[in-house]
Design a protein around this ligand. Structure first.
Ligand SMILES: Cc1ncc(COP(=O)(O)O)c(C=O)c1O
Length: 388
């Protein structure tokens, strides 16, 4: 027998729900991936790269052309000049960048402040590094303010002399919350006072709605100096199965990140990198992404309003929360299973994004819908939900 390093981790709720969806032939609006393909031109570029002989190990931190394309995009959009040679690392999805950052930055006994609800890989990563997670809840919507927000005073209060890292994820999965300039001001003041390191998971950077710009931490020099900024091509280019992402951080932080990356995966798929470098020359695909997903957001929200679910506003990401308290008083996990089995639509309980999913404090009668789906899929799901 081995002594488990992650004794509390079982099969994730995403896998459980997806399996249940298949078993019951349910429409899966649970797990966050598109049910449509990437641009065929992007796929052709991968084939072309393979035919051109780009099939062996690339340079450990990533193909130079791709790191240069990433640097150019960030400098154009957010105004920060990362050095592609020393400050940008291509990773096996954002997931690897998250794990490598936490393993590089967090030592045994360190505390890591996380905002709850949080993406499911954060807590196990902290645990594997020997750190302790210190959750700070997002402020829930109220009648006066329908958005989830960070309570910066609570974040400040959670930071101690043992805090090594503050993990942020905006646009936020699962609530769709985004940051604005005043949030960046508050964060700057915390960093100035505490010197805390930041991990900013910005995988939904190109999915921000209502004409708002994305508040990347790389917009502010002080924040960029303290941050590992992580993104994912999977979300931006409808190719979650490719597992391609990257991490930008100042030279010294990147050097430590690369030491871990080097021995976790060494490097990532060459033809994918070559293809993405070429594809990124055209900014149109990511510039058009907000409008593309905003139409789907409207479609789902409009549809849900015809049901007994109450959709919450979603300022970013391709997720939307909905309140089901008019339908049932079951726990979120029970309700999600029941909805799959009885009505053939799969969603994710928001409690799955909390450290203690079964507790009452983690259950608010909310489930998460993913609208990265064909219009026909969304319409079909709504049709079924009308019967609930
Ligand atoms: C907040 C967040 N971070 C990271 C990831 C993982 O990204 P990737 O598929 O590039 O590893 C996801 C995927 O759902 C996510 O929602």
């Amino acid at each position: 027998m081995i002594r488990s390093k992650l004794p509390d981790v079982g099969t994730t709720i995403f896998t459980v729900m997806s399996r249940l969806a298949i078993e019951h032939q349910a429409i899966n609006l649970g797990q966050g991936f598109p049910d449509f393909d990437p641009d065929p031109r992007l796929c052709e570029l991968v084939t072309k790269a393979m035919a051109a002989g780009h099939n062996q190990y690339p340079y450990m931190p990533g193909v130079a052309a791709l790191r240069e394309a990433i640097a150019e995009k960030i400098s154009g959009l957010y105004g920060h000049a990362y050095d592609p040679e020393t400050e940008i690392t291509v990773t096996s999805g954002a997931t690897e960048a998250l794990m490598a950052t936490v393993l590089a930055a967090v030592n045994s006994g360190d505390e890591v402040v996380v905002i709850e609800p949080c993406y499911d890989s954060y807590l196990p990563a902290i645990r594997l590094a020997g750190g302790t997670a210190v959750p700070v809840p997002l402020r829930a919507p109220t009648a006066q303010d329908p958005y989830y927000r960070i309570d910066w005073q609570r974040v400040r209060d959670a930071i101690t002399s043992r805090t090594r890292l503050l993990m942020l994820n905006f646009p936020h999965n699962p609530t769709g919350a985004v940051l604005d300039e005043s949030d960046l001001d508050a964060l700057e003041s915390i960093v100035r006072d505490t010197g805390v390191l930041l991990l900013s998971d910005e995988v939904y950077e190109h999915i921000v709605f209502d004409g708002k710009p994305h508040a990347s931490l790389s917009r502010r020099p002080l924040l960029a100096e303290h941050a590992f900024v992580i993104s994912s091509f999977g979300k931006t280019y409808h190719a979650t199965g490719w597992k391609m992402g990257y991490c930008c951080a100042p030279r010294q932080l990147s050097a430590e990140l690369r030491k871990v990356h080097q021995f976790m995966v060494f490097t990532v798929s060459t033809p994918m990198q070559v293809a993405l470098a070429e594809y990124m020359r055209d900014p149109k695909p990511y510039m058009e992404l907000p409008a593309f997903y905003q139409a789907k957001r409207e479609r789902l929200a409009e549809g849900l309003r015809q049901t007994r679910f109450k959709p919450l506003p979603s300022p970013g990401t391709f997720f939307m929360l909905a309140d089901y308290s008019e339908i049932s008083s079951q726990s979120e996990a029970e309700f999600a299973k029941w909805l799959t089995m009885e009505h053939g639509v799969t969603v994710i309980p928001v409690s799955a994004f909390y450290q203690r999913p079964d507790e009452e404090a983690s259950n608010h009668g909310l489930v998460r819908f993913c609208f990265a789906k064909k219009d026909g899929t969304l319409d079909q799901a709504i049709e079924r939900l009308r019967g609930v």
